[in-house]
Every structure is written in structure tokens, then in C-alpha cells.
Design a protein around this ligand. Structure first.
Ligand code: PLP
Length: 337
């Protein structure tokens, strides 16, 4: 039995889904969506808030402000409500409606940026807004998940040790890259571990996190329109890039077996399976991190009208069974660092 008094005290850290029966290849999906914020971001939010309290930056009267595509905003809303801090989340038009409603239900204020910045995209526009707010009023405290070391430290302290305890023979770890907090925390931990683990970053096509050309990305969570300041590529062995259509197909394949995951889980699963197929790595012990669950995406990824509007056709094929990933997996982009 778990009995808690504050929501951030509970997080399921020992749940994995073996994808072998769904995709025909062994891959253990670590589920990070089972906590009161519904995502992996509860860990980073808790670590950053507690560090700011320890440092004396966060005290009664402080207003927390953060740029988030949804999940960090929900996590900070949970913690801010629990601790009695006001919180303003600056997000953009791609933030899903349910994340916004959740934040508001938890008592937070949400500001939606409607237009991307010409150079920095939506992320650049969100950050400009937060900076202007903090410059105008010193009651605001921006934790800044993009540069805050608490973001990666949370995973160095919790996610990576939890994986290493369950998988002492781990060979490969697949981690989606947004701010790269999860990626860097795990990569740093496993660099110091007793045996080598291959760290594979999974990014979306159109993201410039690891270089390349910026392109449209409609699925929140992964990818970046500017290089992530926390990223140190020397810790990353390889990058796999995934098309959004493949993300959506992987999500639907999982949902067809009763596992309703969020968009970035589709990206990570798709990229990981692609990599494992390419290297015919059936004897490797492989884990991938699933950042959240699917309910926040019911009106996007799991809605055929949205898919049609975004991609010009329903990428999963209306009424047809979920397609075999095989062909599209082989066409994926790999970048060795
Ligand atoms: C759904 C989802 N997936 C993946 C990520 C990426 O995690 P990180 O920022 O640690 O790279 C996030 C971050 O917000 C997310 O919300």
C-alpha cells in the first residue's frame, strides 16, 4: 500500500511493457505516465522546485512561470497547487487542449502564444514572452527547464537507477529528446555505470536538436526548433529521427492492443524498433522510455479529422487494420554521432 499526503510523493517507477507480442521484437517500454501529473515531467518539476526552495529563490510571494508544451506545465501545476505557489504557464498553439484544461483545473494560469517567432519558432516566441515578464516584475521566477541542471539531475537520480536496478544486463537505451533532460540524466548515469550502455537519442524529423533542417512538427514533447542548451552530444552514441506519420502509426498499433500512449512514446517506440531491426539486434536487452499516456492526445493523434487536416490524408488508413511497421521502419533516418 502507498499512502501519500502530497501528489508528487507517488510515482510508478517499476512498470515496463514488453513490446514483443505487439511488434515481434523485444523492447521494454518504461512507463513514466503513472503519477498525478501523468508524465515523466513530474520528476524534473519536483527536482527544479525543490532546488529553487533550497537556494532561497522560491519563497512565499514568488510567482512561478515556465514555458511548456504541456506536460511540464501540468507537473508544475500539481506541485505549485500542493505547495501553494501561483503558477503561470506560457505555451503555444500546439499545446493540446486537455493539458491546458488540466493546468487551469489545478489553479494555474495559461498564456497561449499564437504565432511562432520568425527565427526561433514557437519555442523562441514562448521564451521571449517569459523573459519579458521576468524583466518587468521580479516576483516572477522562471525555472527554465531548457537550462536548469535539476531537469537532467532528476533522471540521473531516479529514472536511470530505476532502469539499471531492473535491467542489470542493459545494452541499449532509447530516449526521446525534447529539452534533453531525460536523455542527459540517463546518459550521464550510464556513462559512470559498471558496464557500457549504448545511448540512442530519438528525435522527430523537422527538429534541429541534433542539427539538420527545421520543419513543421505537430506532435508536442519531442524535438526542438533551437539546439537544446542541456544537450552534450558527447554522451549520445546515435540519433534516430522519426517521421510524424510513423509516430502516429506506432501509437495506433499500441492502442490496437489496449496500450494508449502519448505521441512521443510512438516516436520513441518507432525509432527504437527501427534501430533494432536495422542492426538485427534480437539478442540485445533494450529499454525505451515512454514519457506519458494517450488521453491528452484524444483530439489529435487519435482523431482521424485532425490527422487528415495535418497530414493531408489519414496516415493510419481509415477503417483498415494497423499497418505493419516493417517497410517504413527500414526507410528511417539514422545519424551516427
Ligand atoms: C510527452 C513528452 N515526451 C517527451 C518529452 C521530452 O523529455 P525531455 O524534455 O526530458 O527531453 C517531453 C517533455 O516535455 C514530453 O512532454
Amino acid at each position: 500500500m502507498s499512502v501519500i499526503s502530497v501528489p508528487q510523493a507517488f510515482n510508478e517507477d517499476e512498470l515496463y511493457v514488453d513490446l514483443r507480442s505487439i511488434f515481434g521484437r523485444s523492447l521494454f517500454l518504461k512507463c513514466e505516465g503513472f503519477n498525478f501529473a501523468g508524465s515523466v515531467k513530474l520528476k524534473a518539476a519536483t527536482e527544479m522546485v525543490e532546488a529553487a526552495e533550497r537556494d532561497g529563490d522560491l519563497k512565499p510571494g514568488t510567482v512561478l512561470v515556465e514555458s511548456s508544451s504541456g506536460n511540464l506545465g501540468v507537473a508544475l501545476s500539481v506541485i505549485a497547487a500542493s505547495k501553494g505557489y501561483p503558477f503561470l504557464c506560457v505555451t503555444d498553439a500546439r499545446c493540446n487542449a486537455s493539458a491546458r484544461l488540466l493546468m487551469e483545473a489545478l489553479g494555474s494560469q495559461v498564456h497561449v502564444i499564437a504565432e511562432p517567432d520568425a527565427a526561433g519558432g514557437f519555442l523562441g516566441a514562448r521564451i521571449d514572452y517569459v523573459r519579458a515578464l521576468c524583466a518587468a516584475d521580479d516576483r516572477y521566477l522562471w525555472l527554465d527547464q531548457y537550462t536548469n541542471p535539476g531537469n537532467w539531475r532528476a533522471h540521473y537520480r531516479t529514472t536511470a537507477p530505476a532502469i539499471s536496478a531492473q535491467f542489470p544486463q542493459l545494452d541499449v537505451l532509447f530516449v526521446g529528446a525534447g529539452t534533453t533532460g531525460t536523455l542527459m540524466g540517463c546518459a550521464r548515469y550510464f556513462r559512470e555505470w559498471h558496464r557500457p550502455v549504448r545511448i540512442i537519442a530519438v528525435d522527430s524529423v523537422g527538429s534541429v536538436a541534433f542539427g539538420g533542417t527545421a520543419g513543421r512538427r505537430m506532435i508536442p514533447g519531442l524535438g526542438a526548433s533551437i539546439p537544446p542548451p542541456l544537450l552534450d552530444e558527447s554522451y549520445v552514441d546515435e540519433v534516430v529521427r522519426v517521421e510524424e506519420a510513423d509516430t502516429i502509426r506506432a501509437c495506433h498499433r499500441l492502442a490496437s492492443r489496449g496500450f494508449l500512449f502519448g505521441g512521443s512514446t510512438g516516436t520513441v517506440a518507432s525509432g527504437a524498433l527501427s534501430w533494432l531491426a536495422q542492426y538485427d539486434a534480437s539478442d540485445l536487452t533494450a529499454v525505451a522510455i515512454a514519457p506519458d499516456l494517450g488521453e491528452r492526445y484524444l483530439d489529435t493523434i487519435y482523431q482521424s479529422s485532425w490527422r487528415q487536416a495535418m497530414y493531408g490524408q489519414d496516415v493510419i488508413g481509415a477503417g483498415s487494420p494497423p499497418p505493419d511497421l516493417g517497410a517504413s521502419l527500414r526507410a528511417r533516418h539514422h545519424v551516427a554521432l
